[in-house]
Design a protein around this ligand. Structure first.
Ligand code: 9MR
Length: 577
């Protein structure tokens, strides 16, 4: 299998901000500098220079040169970059280049909603579908769900929420980080100098049924999942009351494509877990402070759920999800929840100011750990960074010395990612070894950009913003495969992501994923049969195929799109960068 990687001049296929960094990578045999030319859509040479040879890159096993054309700032569309006899895909230079990505990346969540009909008038007829899992045949729905045999003697109404990814499962731990990132994207606009006070995420900014309810649309979307997370809490009076069930999904795996309303499998609640409980505590605590201006009763409900969940987790600190519990849904198991404890204590402290949460978070090893911003970034199983970022950015009564130390730790984490990016031929803040290209790593790469972006928000130092912006070049095509990983964005973009809903590759009457859907990305572990068959021996950045069968390289997931949505909102705010 030899992928078509197109022109050997690799650019961000979407574009660049006029005042932002503009970098490209050339794949070539040459070892000495080559001439490059930047051309307008009309073919006029508007800038030129010499490439910088970089030798062989570990992540791609390619000999590369780099080009920095940041000095050219004139807005326009249809630019191309030429070198070594090759011409790149076209791209724009514009202050608006990321504006639409903010809403596209968020719109994905509405289309992933469970338990509500998707309205084609809002998002296009091809995405319209009846409500899934709402007590209608053939599946019994999520309104009255039993536990797996032997797990509990009650049934819960756990309707709503988002389908986690390409399957119809709903998992508290990846739903948790996704909810955090949407809420945090909103909170950032309130605290960051470039955030514009949240207007761009306000009511009427998304195509949602709730678009005219006087509540910011991003909060409406996050609430759809929060209501589900709240329903996953074990009721008072039952064993393990206050904890959250880890997940709810089909008893057996189903095939593709399959619309949610056609799912024939029995739905079951899986045992409560400490990790899920702490995800509920953390996100419900965020909810308590962020919804208070819009719906005081909901904010209070969240606060109660958060405090009871946290207390239940402390009383049951080692109930880990079973790594073998993976039939019909992902296991999402995690044998270390000290980071979830830290994150939850941080959110509860930020929302309540209560001393006991401050005591807990201060006593956590993660509070002083310099490794919180690790090279491979954060994700659903590694959440200490979420607490650290919020303690550094959300106004609170945290002692000033402590807060300053935490802010410095974000900046030092960002310095680490800056250094890494400089070592990479494709300029991304991720090391080049196979161990850094794993299932869903595109979201970790973006999460490293989130740390860089937060360092910019905290310091105003442009090199952090520039490195965050440059990280996205990788996602939008400046990579070994010349692949944009976001549907509808860039000349050669992923469109066959693994999904039971967006099954176009198997059934042409079904759509591809909507614009703004990100693929999990290159995964050197080759964790699915198609990847194993096609990609054996791949250099890390080549371990990807835009085929619906390759679920370990090419799935959609809410916790990956939430990373994209966070950074898209940041990027859109940097138009005048
Ligand atoms: O994102 C998850 C990744 O970190 C794990 O390595 C992988 C294997 O356990 O599972 C991923 O999550 C998938 C889940 O298990 C099932 N639904 C689709 C999710 C995204 O691929």
């Amino acid at each position: 299998y030899v992928p078509d990687t197109g022109p050997r001049v690799r650019v961000n296929q979407v574009g660049y901000l006029p005042a932002g960094p503009k970098n490209a990578t050339i794949v070539t045999e040459a070892t000495t500098p080559l001439g490059w030319q930047l051309k307008s859509a009309a073919g006029a040479v508007v800038a030129s220079g010499q490439t910088t040879p970089r030798g062989v890159d570990a992540a791609s096993a390619q000999n590369t040169h780099s080009v920095d054309f940041s000095a050219y700032r004139t807005p326009g569309s249809g630019y191309t970059l030429s070198a070594d006899g090759e011409t790149s895909h076209p791209f724009d230079i514009s202050t608006d280049v990321w504006k639409q990505l903010r809403s596209d990346s968020l719109q994905f969540f509405y289309i992933q909603r469970s338990g509500i009909a998707i309205d084609g008038d809002l998002v296009g007829a091809e995405y319209a579908r009846p409500a899934g899992h709402l007590g209608v045949a053939p599946n019994k729905g999520d309104t009255d769900v039993p536990c797996q045999p032997g797990v509990c003697d009650y049934r819960l109404d756990v309707r709503g929420g988002w389908y986690d990814a390409g399957d119809h499962g709903k998992y508290v731990v990846n739903g948790g980080i996704a909810t955090y990132q949407l809420l945090n994207a909103f909170e950032r606009t309130k605290t960051a100098a470039t955030g514009g006070g949240g207007a761009a995420l306000g009511d009427g900014t998304l195509r949602l049924p709730e678009r005219a309810n006087q509540v910011p649309d991003i909060l409406d979307e996050a609430r759809w999942e929060l209501e589900f997370l709240l329903r996953m809490q074990v009721p008072a009076g039952k064993p393990l009351a206050g904890m959250a069930h880890h997940k709810i999904h089909d008893r057996n795996w189903t095939g593709l494509p399959l619309q949610p309303e056609d799912d024939p499998e029995l739905r079951e609640l899986h045992p409560p877990s400490t990790a899920a409980t702490l995800n509920l505590a953390a996100t419900a605590a965020q909810c308590a402070r962020l919804y208070a201006p819009y719906d005081a009763a909901f904010a209070t409900r969240c606060r109660t759920a958060a405090t009871t969940a946290y207390a239940a987790a402390k009383a049951n600190p080692t109930r880990y999800a079973d790594p073998q519990d993976g039939n019909g849904g992902g296991s999402y198991s995690d044998g270390d929840v000290s980071d979830e404890f830290y994150w939850a204590a941080a959110e509860l402290y930020l929302s309540t100011g209560t001393q006991s949460y401050l005591d807990d978070l201060t006593a956590s090893p993660h509070h002083t750990d310099d490794g919180v911003f690790a090279p491979n970034g954060f994700g659903w199983g590694s959440t200490a960074a979420l607490g650290r970022l919020d303690l550094a950015t959300v106004p609170s009564g945290l002692p000033v010395l402590d807060r300053d130390r935490l802010r410095a730790s974000v900046v030092s984490g960002a310095d680490g990612y800056l250094t890494t990016a400089q070592t990479q031929a494709y300029g991304l803040p991720m090391p080049g070894n196979p161990g850094s290209y794993f299932w869903g790593a595109n979201s970790n790469i973006i999460n490293n950009a989130v740390v860089l972006a937060t360092a910019f928000d905290l310091t105003g130092v442009a090199r952090y913003r520039d490195a965050a912006v440059q990280a996205m070049d990788y996602i939008f095509g400046r990579n070994a495969l010349n692949q944009s990983y976001v549907t509808g964005w860039g000349e050669n973009a992923s469109e066959n992501q693994h999904s039971r809903i967006f099954g176009n590759q198997y059934d042409e009457s079904l759509p591809n994923p909507p614009a703004g859907s990100i693929a999990g990305g290159a995964n050197a572990s080759l964790d699915d049969p198609l990847a194993e068959e096609l990609l054996e021996g791949c250099a890390p950045q080549f371990c990807y195929v835009d085929d619906i069968a390759s679920y370990s390289t090419n799935e959609v997931a809410v916790n990956w799109n939430s990373a994209l949505a966070w950074i898209a909102s940041f990027l859109a705010d940097q138009g005048g960068a």
